[in-house]
Design a protein around this ligand. Sequence first.
Ligand SMILES: Cc1cc2nc3c(=O)[nH]c(=O)nc-3n(C[C@H](O)[C@H](O)[C@H](O)COP(=O)(O)OP(=O)(O)OC[C@H]3O[C@@H](n4cnc5c(N)ncnc54)[C@H](O)[C@@H]3O)c2cc1C
Length: 404
Amino acid sequence: MSRSKRIAVLGAGIMGCSVALGLARRGVAVTLVDAAPSPFSAASRWNEGKIHLGYMYSADPGLRTAAHMIEGGLCFRPLVEEMLDCSLEPVISGGDDVYLCHRDSVVDAKAMEAYLHRVSDLVRSHPQAGRYLVNVTRAGPSRLSPRELAEVSGASEIVAGFRVPERSVQTRWVADRFAAAVAAQPALETLTDTRVTAIEPIDGSPQGPWQLVTTDGILGPFSHVVNALWEGRPAIDRTVGLEPVPPWTHRYRLALFLRTRTPVTGPCAVIATGPFGDVKNYNGRDFYLSWYPAGLVAEDSGLEPPVITAESLPADEDLAAEVFRQLGTLVPWTASLPAATETLEVGGGWVFAGGQGKLSDPAATLHQRWRYGIERHGTYLSVDTGKYSTAPWMARELVDGLTG
Ligand SMILES: Cc1cc2nc3c(=O)[nH]c(=O)nc-3n(C[C@H](O)[C@H](O)[C@H](O)COP(=O)(O)OP(=O)(O)OC[C@H]3O[C@@H](n4cnc5c(N)ncnc54)[C@H](O)[C@@H]3O)c2cc1C
């Protein structure tokens, strides 16, 4: 049955590659199309790799965002390990995340603590709880004592700290292995440097077949199309009559990815909740650092994201200096990183979010991140990844639906 299918998967990030690999391994002929010169070169390569359990979203106290993210986060490790046929153990961050409550946070410390406990109850009682990157069934979040808080941040802006069992993976390592898995899959044709501009039903029916209009000409016919274009998705959906439903925001964000010459000690810290930043210490030598206002290059609610030119990007050294300055004040152990740096890369990409507003506004719908998932229009499917952490889980759902 599945052998008669020929499926176009648009976008070679974590979503498109997970779908394409899953389909190809079940015997489906797949064509994976991306505008970039190689798979995994956009947001899925250049992100922090936090495998969300929902702790981040305390400005959505109804837990809708957390509930939407937990299962994908819990299943991330086994799904990716199966796809890549290797263990993620070497690239899982080594310690719990510490959430630091900023005095200008849109959620005060008491409400944040209550929220973290409610998320923890959801996580620990989930049937998939045993599958996360690390054991999450132990004790819930713990509030740092004044002495512990002073060790992480003595800054007057930080009013409380909470340790939670949330971890991250090093996304560039994962990206390289995904790209290799895609290249090694014989049933999978990969077309790079190919921008999709429209999708057309050949006989005028949403049941297909479909053809792709691309910068390389017309491709097809395809029995099914899966649109996993992330920032490019809404514009292509519109060409098949699937009207994007607002609100949404495209934000282009940059962060620092650095490696030190010698080990540096310090906990992973997230300054919450609002337009702040964070530091991820993966293994003592590999780090991710972000300061949101400095790394936010573009923000727009148009159908298509604005074009990012070299001129619209800050100079790497200016961005790095600002990130180090801000984090060095709030998380003092990071002040030793600039002198210890061996390599520093600035990277990032688009964040497409089903919400709008400023992170400094508690009422902004951008704080709610549950409006993502899979939409169907006949044999055309469009998937809003939502988060890196939920992509493999949604991809599995898509593959099951297409091959079941
Ligand atoms: C700085 C930063 C930090 C982040 N931190 C986290 C985190 O800690 N945890 C988390 O879960 N998520 C995080 N995210 C979000 C995460 O990166 C994304 O949710 C995820 O990578 C999206 O995956 P994707 O496959 O949908 O998109 P992408 O990886 O962006 O892939 C989409 C692909 O589509 C291609 N494309 C777009 N338009 C077209 C077109 N018209 N034609 C052809 N190709 C096209 C692009 O070239 C790209 O390769 C972060 C994002 C950023 C930028």
